[in-house]
Design a binder for this molecule. Sequence first.
Ligand SMILES: [Zn+2]
Length: 257
Amino acid sequence: MPEASFRVYEELNDYLPAARRKRDFPVRFPEPCPVRHLIGNLGIPPTEVEIVLRNGESVGWSEQIRDGDRVSVYPVFESLDVSSLLKLRPEPLRNPRFYADAQLGRLARWLRLLGFDTRYDNCIDDADLVRAARDEQRIILSRDRDLLIRREVTHGCHIRETRPWDQLLRVVRRCDLYGQIRPFSRCMVCNGLSVPVDKASIENLLPENTRETFQAYWRCQLCGKIYWKGGHFERLQARISTLLQTREDAITDDPSQ
Ligand SMILES: [Zn+2]
């Protein structure tokens, strides 16, 4: 049976059994075998892979691996510009929109808070989620690597972190969302857009002390939820400032600067 030599780099090693990490290892397969299929079989979600080199040259997902090939697999580089080398990544989605899987409800609320269109439905099954994400051009956010290995998935991000804040940092860095953050422009509950609303038109819906203290209000166009800049707003604002600071930290840490 044909055999190729594989090597996997950086955090992609986490997907491999210990005996295959950070070293060359043989993979046998029936020829011809497309790159994407072999990498999925290794347990690595293709969404996490940026570059595959076959005998030193960058190849696309459908290209074949043959007997004797040497294959190197690199993860998505978060801060390096490698666009001239890329053969794998599909066209980036111009306005990043997301579909969070059933385990990522809190991450979905955070992304909405930052203004990103994020669908979340904790009852949807995997096949429907993948189909909806493709039809609506959404990036799938998932804790489940098997879901991201599915052949139909083109844009996705494997969320390995368990804390929602760390999950958010991963998505913001990976998709380079820093420049597109529009805090409080979307409803955290339902993903609708929230727009300024006249106080007079909603006065009867407000708790009395809120009505007396605040003048500016926003209302979700979908579910009608009313927002104002109370104590909760200030705490969230502080978290967003912390998040934006991580961009500057990343730039300062970059050894090429
Ligand atoms: Zn809403």
